[in-house]
Design a protein around this ligand. Structure first.
Ligand SMILES: [Zn+2]
Length: 138
């Protein structure tokens, strides 16, 4: 690259760079267990809405089509922990022992148990601290 290109580049007025995540078309999560492979209570970025029935989500960097009926969609980034209440038989199927009610981290989707009157929780994995969305219990 020639020196002149570089000097021209630095004179371009400053423009804030928007992180890719903020350009998502929205966020979606599943409430009820069903014929999908998504983690309950976890928010996934919407890649596109391909028809009236199918929404394509970014699930761990893979595009996964999901039936829209399973989804709750919102257009601003998730900020609070989802509170998920499990049926005992669902826990058996997962094959791991989870508390009957657990929270899902809004930023890294880590599942974590908490005390009964917890209002705010710090993530063991990504260290983010956020309020629990008790009013949106799924
Ligand atoms: Zn986290």
């Amino acid at each position: 690259m020639r020196g002149s290109c570089y000097s021209r580049a630095v004179t371009i007025p400053f423009r804030p760079i928007t992180p890719t995540r903020l350009q998502a078309k929205g966020w979606a999560r599943v409430g009820k267990p069903g014929a999908h492979l998504l983690r309950r209570g976890a928010w996934y970025p919407v890649v596109r809405i391909s028809s009236s029935h199918i929404v394509v989500l970014d699930v761990n960097r893979r595009n996964v089509p999901v039936d829209r009926r399973f989804l709750e969609i919102r257009y601003h980034p998730p900020e609070r922990w989802s509170v998920v209440r499990c049926e005992p038989r669902e826990i058996q199927r997962v094959g791991r022992l989870f508390p009957l009610t657990y929270a899902v981290c809004p930023s890294c989707r880590h599942r974590q148990g908490f005390g009964t009157d917890t209002k705010e929780l710090a993530c063991e994995r990504c260290k983010k601290s956020a309020a629990l969305a008790w009013d949106e219990l799924s």
